[in-house]
Design a protein around this ligand. Structure first.
Ligand code: CA
Length: 418
């Protein structure tokens, strides 16, 4: 696959995240009203406006007037394909629709981005083997690093949809219960080991009742975003047994504002790894289920330049989103349009490919040094974290844009909580 040229000139630059090949969907505003749009180069095509003007008809009913992509997702894969084909023709170089569409272009620098869909529910998984080995080694020792179920089950926990925020939203350091290994009793106060997790989020675009296969699950996925699962490690260490993370993961989960569709990622499919223990038949792969997506994490202290602290790839996962979604449905759990599935922290094999500070600083024992000369074991107030991701084609890239968040100080405790 090579670059598909657009009449929007900025989309044809090899370094653009949003060429015609991509066409990711988002929600933006310029005057307070949320509108659905598609990114093309450094512009957004206002699809709510295009539809309202009668220049686009999907399924015979308006689907783009609610400031969220849920209506389009609910309309199903035939509508997804029809919209993508329409846009690929209308935005292509030489299209006779250029004059129709041009009045509906908005510069991205003039737009505020919002959550692209109403998050129905949020589940987060634990599916990178390197990450599980690193964290397990720190928490339980090398011999017990991988839980006995890990090579058989895509492990996850049910998170909170209310914690999901769009890129650019500040993140307030949480207060919570803390108890270090040498403390006799717990105390309540600001998290001292606040961290990030570099993940991909898969967006469920079709509902299901009862168990669906891995192939069906793959077809139900509408698209992907970058996801930062902010994590309070000191709270997590005290609370996680026996029911898993709770408050440590409830502060915020940031996602990038553009949904990169499964269709745009098709040329970049890659296989899950060799299995050390055969998967049960229901989890076996009907084909390549992962994607070759380069990922990186930047950390910028307040008033300083950014340092890229980790580089890895989505192909490092042990379980794909389709396998996670299939497993999620096995109990009979109904899935809804707009469910968000976090991949789990993505870590490679090298030290600088680890997707959390917990791993990069090895639990705080080996602080990392930033380009500014400062060191970090965990996040400090004022730090800005930026996730980036892109699949690299020949002369073009399928970019995700950025997933950004800045850490703000914890709120002062009320007297009754001290
Ligand atoms: Ca996570």
């Amino acid at each position: 696959m090579t670059l598909q040229a657009s009449w929007v000139a900025s989309a044809n630059a090899p370094e653009s995240d949003f060429p015609l090949n991509n066409l990711p969907y988002g929600v933006f505003s310029t005057d307070g009203t949320k509108r659905c749009g598609v990114a093309i180069g450094d512009q957004i095509l206002d699809l709510s406006g295009v539809e309202a003007a009668g220049l686009l008809s999907l399924n015979g009913a308006p689907l783009l007037q609610n400031g969220a992509w849920n209506d389009v997702m609910a309309a199903g894969p035939a509508v997804w394909d029809a919209l993508r084909s329409t846009l690929q023709v209308g935005l292509a170089a030489g299209s006779d629709q250029q004059s129709d569409y041009e009045p509906f272009l908005v510069a991205q620098v003039d737009a505020e981005m919002h959550l692209p869909f109403v998050v129905a529910e949020y589940t987060d998984f634990y599916a990178s083997k390197n990450h599980a080995m690193n964290v397990g080694t720190m928490f339980r020792g090398a011999e017990n690093a991988l839980p006995p179920n890990w090579l058989s089950i895509p492990i996850g926990y049910n998170g909170r949809a209310s914690s999901v925020v769009v890129s650019g939203t500040d993140v307030v350091r949480p207060n919570g219960q803390l108890k270090g290994p040498n403390d006799a009793l717990p105390r309540f106060g600001p998290c001292a080991r606040f961290d990030i997790e570099l993940e991909m989020g898969a967006i469920v675009g079709q509902p299901s009742e009862g168990m669906i296969s891995v192939a069906q699950a793959d077809a139900h996925i509408f698209g992907y975003v970058l996801l930062n699962d902010w994590s309070a490690r000191d709270m997590q260490a005290w609370e996680y047994q026996p029911l898993g993370p709770f408050q440590a993961k409830a502060t915020a989960t940031s996602i990038s504002p553009w949904i990169v569709t499964r269709a745009a990622l098709e040329p970049f499919r890659t296989s899950t790894p060799e299995r050390e223990r055969p998967l049960l038949p229901y989890l076996s792969e009907p084909g390549p289920l992962l994607y070759d997506i380069d990922l990186e994490v930047g950390l910028r202290p307040e008033g300083r330049d950014e340092t890229v602290i980790a580089r890895t790839n989505y192909d490092q996962m042990y379980y794909s989103a389709a396998q996670q979604l299939c497993h999620h449905t096995t109990s009979g759990c109904a899935m809804r349009v707009g469910d968000l599935l976090g991949s789990g922290t993505i870590s490679g094999t090298e030290k600088d490919s680890r997707g959390s500070l917990l791993e990069l600083s090895w639990g705080g024992k080996e602080p990392i040094t930033l380009d500014s000369g400062e060191t970090r074991s965990f996040l400090e107030d004022g730090d800005t974290l930026t996730l980036r991701g892109a699949a690299q084609g020949e002369g073009y890239r399928i970019g995700f844009g950025e997933c950004v968040g800045t850490v703000r100080p914890a709120v002062d405790l009320p007297e009754w909580a001290k």
